[in-house]
Design a protein around this ligand. Structure first.
Ligand code: NOJ
Length: 508
């Protein structure tokens, strides 16, 4: 063997013998898990809770959900909350993100009557977390609108912003002495596009090309009002923070052409900047190019005015800068093209407005959900993009996770691979200077996955939905995540616990 070859073999061997560099997450970085009320609580009509849009619609027509199920009982966390907190302790969580069910607190949607049993439930839940030093992080709205408010038009009614502010104030005054991080809305695109601009989420309004834009404005205004209320009347005494959670796919161009780069930009405008630019961008208002496209198309289509609403100057200034942090939910990504992969989009619709196509690379690792892929560097790229677009805000990853089949093994290696990759990407983003403050895995436990019912599972803990107790069992990913939290490093995907027994470590 030539000396040079021998030397390089030795160098490579030496390099692989060096232990992986153990980069640590910062001391003040918080790790948690996330859930949402309708997906886990059950007790859909217990103790005075009002009906929400999912209760109403899944009961009206069970076939809208793939397995004809619903969230009537779900993981029954309403009765099992102590076990849930025990699981948080087993994992060693710093924080837990969950959502309040608006109609459990305000059955009519309005604060004319506060349901004390619902308030007691959340008080007990929060107090149980705090007993063990687990910080509660609350989402005010995670998709379960009171049905009574839907009957008044829900997010398409311009009064929605007032209803939401009234509800937010009730929540701050009831729980704000102990809750210090508030998220107004979870994933605006899913609320507005899927709920009002198509049929893929409740309330399935399907007003394509109109509903999503009406909803976008009222949601943003509702956020602004809830933020100002908190900032003016609660923050001075309670000292917490308030922000919005959006969802980003990582969109990458199909080719390096200018057209494809532009197509990516349009996708970003339509799927998340529509909701965040008015709040987080220095200029405020809806994305300019998207507004112009929709105005032009609306005129061509014979509408007397744009299908997309705009802000008055006063409104634009009012919502601009209404944040203390940005919440990011991130799972997957797509390849975007200006010319290829287009579907026949409904006319009018937001996708017809931007007129771009998207696809995936089938070589990416794939989860159970049709959209769930492990896309190289996707979280890192989203974090650095948001940092750049919005002038370096504090960011929390408020969700990310991996879907598996209901009958998949408890040794969920793909989920562990996913989480291991995500941890590396977060450390790289922190190195890059992103002000990343925390991470919440979706999800603590299996739950009701919206239109997919119980056919897609995201839990670190598996839930046996056929048992009356809704027994919870940790998957390999739970042990893996616990090790990440214990070491505060990016643990390698081949990590295996010494034994598969979950214990609560000292100090938790
Ligand atoms: C995001 C949503 O916030 C959550 O409700 C959902 O279950 C997960 N994505 C997985 O699809």
């Amino acid at each position: 063997m030539k000396l040079s070859i021998l030397l390089s073999v030795l160098v490579i061997a030496a390099a692989s013998a060096v232990p992986r560099q153990q980069r640590q997450f910062p001391d003040d970085f918080i790790f948690g898990t996330a859930t949402a009320s309708y997906q886990i609580e059950g007790a859909w009509d217990e103790d005075g809770k009002g009906e929400n849009i999912w209760d109403y619609n899944t009961h009206r027509d069970p076939t809208i959900i793939v397995d004809q199920s619903n969230g009537d009982v779900a993981a029954d966390s309403y009765h099992n909350y102590k076990r849930d907190v025990e699981m948080m302790r087993e994992l060693g969580l710093d924080c837990y993100r969950f959502s309040l069910s608006w109609p459990r607190i305000l059955p009519s949607g309005f604060p004319n009557h506060i349901n004390q049993a619902g308030v007691d439930f959340y008080n007990n839940y929060i107090d149980e977390m705090l007993k063990y030093n687990i910080q509660p992080i609350v989402t005010l709205y995670h998709w379960d609108l009171p049905q009574k408010l839907q009957e008044l038009g829900g997010f398409t009614n311009p009064l929605f912003e007032e209803w939401f502010e009234d509800y937010a104030r009730v929540a701050y005054s009831l729980f704000g002495d102990r809750v210090k991080l508030w998220i107004t809305f979870n994933e605006p695109k899913e609320i507005c596009y899927q709920g009002y601009g198509s049929v893929t989420k409740m309330p399935q309004v399907n007003a394509t090309g109109i509903g999503e834009y009406l909803c976008a404005k009222h949601l943003v205004m509702g956020h602004g009002r809830a933020y100002h209320s908190y900032n003016n009347d609660f923050k001075p005494s309670q000292g917490g923070q308030c922000g919005l959670t959006i969802n980003l796919q990582w969109y990458m161009p199909d080719t390096d052409s200018e057209e494809d780069a532009h197509a990516v930009d349009l996708m970003n405008q339509a799927t998340w900047a529509l909701y965040t630019d008015p709040i987080y961008s220095p200029e405020g208002g809806f994305p300019k190019e998207l507004s112009e496209i929709v105005a032009k198309k609306s005129a061509e289509q014979g509408y007397p005015r744009s299908r997309m609403l705009s802000f008055t100057d006063e409104e634009r200034v009012y919502v601009q800068g209404t944040y203390d942090f940005l919440g990011l939910n991130h799972y997957s990504g797509n390849i975007v093209s200006a010319t290829r992969y287009k579907e026949p989009y409904a006319v009018p619709s937001i996708y017809d407005d931007i007129d771009v196509g998207w696809t995936v690379n089938e070589s990416w690792l794939k989860g159970q959900a049709a959209w769930n892929y492990l896309v190289p560097n996707s979280l890192y790229n989203c974090l650095t993009l948001l940092r750049q677009r919005y002038n370096d805000p504090d960011i929390y990853v408020t969700e990310s996770g991996w879907s598996g089949a209901p009958d998949a093994s408890l040794i969920d290696e793909d989920r562990v691979t996913y989480y291991a990759t995500i941890m590396e990407q977060m450390l790289a983003a922190i190195d890059e200077g992103v002000k990343l403050k925390g991470y919440m895995a979706w999800s603590l436990l299996d739950n009701f996955e919206w239109m997919k019912g119980y056919t897609e599972r995201f839990g670190l803990y598996a839930v046996e939905f056929s048992s009356p107790e809704r027994t919870r069992t940790p998957r390999l990913s739970a042990f893996f995540y616990k090790e990440v939290l214990r070491t505060r490093t990016a643990v390698a995907a081949d990590y295996r616990p010494e034994e598969f027994t979950m214990k609560i470590d000292e100090g938790h």
